[in-house]
Design a protein around this ligand. Structure first.
Ligand SMILES: CC(=O)N[C@H](C=O)[C@@H](O)[C@H](O)[C@H](O)COP(=O)(O)O
Ligand SMILES: C=C(OP(=O)(O)O)C(=O)O
Length: 351
């Protein structure tokens, strides 16, 4: 079961490895490289594994009419969608600068390549893994192109159906088996009813040989923590320096203190996931000694008397006696020494 792989040098994901946390800066840098750098530092200081951007080569991601589409919402940085996106897009040189900065603070730089040209650029940049944003998940030629780069992949699944996700799996798997799929619903902010964490379980059943993760656009931390408890191995959340800033994603993003708190809570949930083996833990011995119950005589039981259930009861007893879960095994058995009513029935007194 190759449920784990190296997503970035020295960083395994899946299995019992810690969740890989992608702090999605996306376009919340407002087109300002200094804000972008501040956000990389925020991601590092909060304990994220990766600070991520979105790279597009706009003429390849959009057709002409889409670039000329009017974009006049409160979140717009231009009159047309093209102008808006151009404002938010960093150049190749700026990506080099961001990568060098990320290296200098000690965090991995990530980016989704939002068209094939952007994938080529990120590959040349030496990105550790390729993130496929939901907009490209059903773009099968793009997926083949990206998979052939031989870099590990993280594939989101907003706006897709299970049938499409099976196609995605079957497209990528023969080319590149180092990929994971993230449950995602593409709405900003996302209402809890629209999250559908149960899809994580469906993906785990449908794609049992790859890690599954979660890319969230909801407010708060609880849903992402629940995703961890359901076995998500890669997590992605948008981050911002200020939720009230202009931009489509800020309100569904985490501010620095929330990011730090979420990552520390994730580490607690991971510690709590623990073993798949149910047994009494050493930390329970004290409580068991104090409050664990034992088999006790319900009446005087003479030696050499075949015991019946009406002779026995269960209490917290001193000394600790026979375990109650085996009480029925005592029926018909005899004691070496008689015990009085309310005394413990102990294993070493059995004939
Ligand atoms: C599906 C997808 O790509 N979603 C991205 C990742 O979550 C978003 O960050 C979009 O880029 C963003 O919401 C677009 O906002 P606007 O349209 O205002 O530039
Ligand atoms: C759109 C993206 O991500 P998601 O679909 O996971 O929100 C992205 O990474 O660019």
């Amino acid at each position: 079961m190759p449920l784990e792989f190296e997503l970035a040098p020295g960083r395994m994901i899946g299995g019992d490895h810690p969740c890989f946390f992608i702090a999605e800066i996306g376009q919340n840098h407002q087109g300002d490289i200094n804000i972008a750098k501040q956000m990389i530092k925020v991601a590092k200081d909060a304990g994220a594994d990766c600070a991520k951007f979105q790279k597009s080569e706009l003429e390849f991601k959009f057709n002409k009419a889409a670039l000329e589409r009017p974009y006049t919402t409160k979140n717009s940085w231009g009159v047309t969608y093209g102008e808006h996106k151009r404002h938010l897009e960093f150049s190749h040189e700026q990506y080099q600068e961001l990568k060098a900065y990320a290296e200098s603070v000690g965090i991995l730089l990530g980016a989704s390549g939002m068209d094939e040209k952007a994938i080529d650029f990120l590959d040349e940049l030496g990105i550790a893994f390729l993130k496929v944003g939901s907009g490209d998940t059903n773009n099968l030629p793009y997926l083949e192109h990206a998979a052939k780069k031989g870099r590990p992949m993280v594939i989101s699944s907003g706006m897709q159906t299970m049938d499409t996700m099976k196609k995605v799996y079957n497209t990528v798997k023969p080319i590149n088996d180092k990929f994971c799929i993230l449950q995602c619903t593409s709405a900003y902010p996302l209402e809890p009813e629209d999250v559908h964490l149960n899809i994580i379980k469906e993906y785990q059943k449908e794609f049992p040989d790859i890690p599954i993760g979660y890319s969230g656009h909801e407010n708060g931390m609880s849903i992402t923590l629940a995703a961890v408890a359901m076995g998500a191995k890669v997590l992605e959340r948008h981050i911002t320096l200020d939720k009230t800033w202009k931009g489509s994603d800020h309100s569904a993003s985490l501010e620095p203190s929330e990011l730090k708190e979420l990552i520390s809570q994730i580490r607690i949930v991971e510690r709590a996931m623990g073993s798949r083996v149910k047994k009494m833990r050493s930390c329970e011995l004290f409580t068991h000694q104090k409050l664990g119950k034992s088999v006790v005589a319900a009446k005087d039981i003479p030696a050499d008397t075949a015991m019946t259930l009406d002779m026995l009861t269960v209490k917290v007893a001193e000394p600790k006696g026979y375990p109650p879960e085996k009480i029925f095994d005592l029926i018909g058995k005899k004691l070496k020494k008689g015990v009085e009513n309310d005394d413990s029935v102990t294993e070493d007194n059995l004939q």
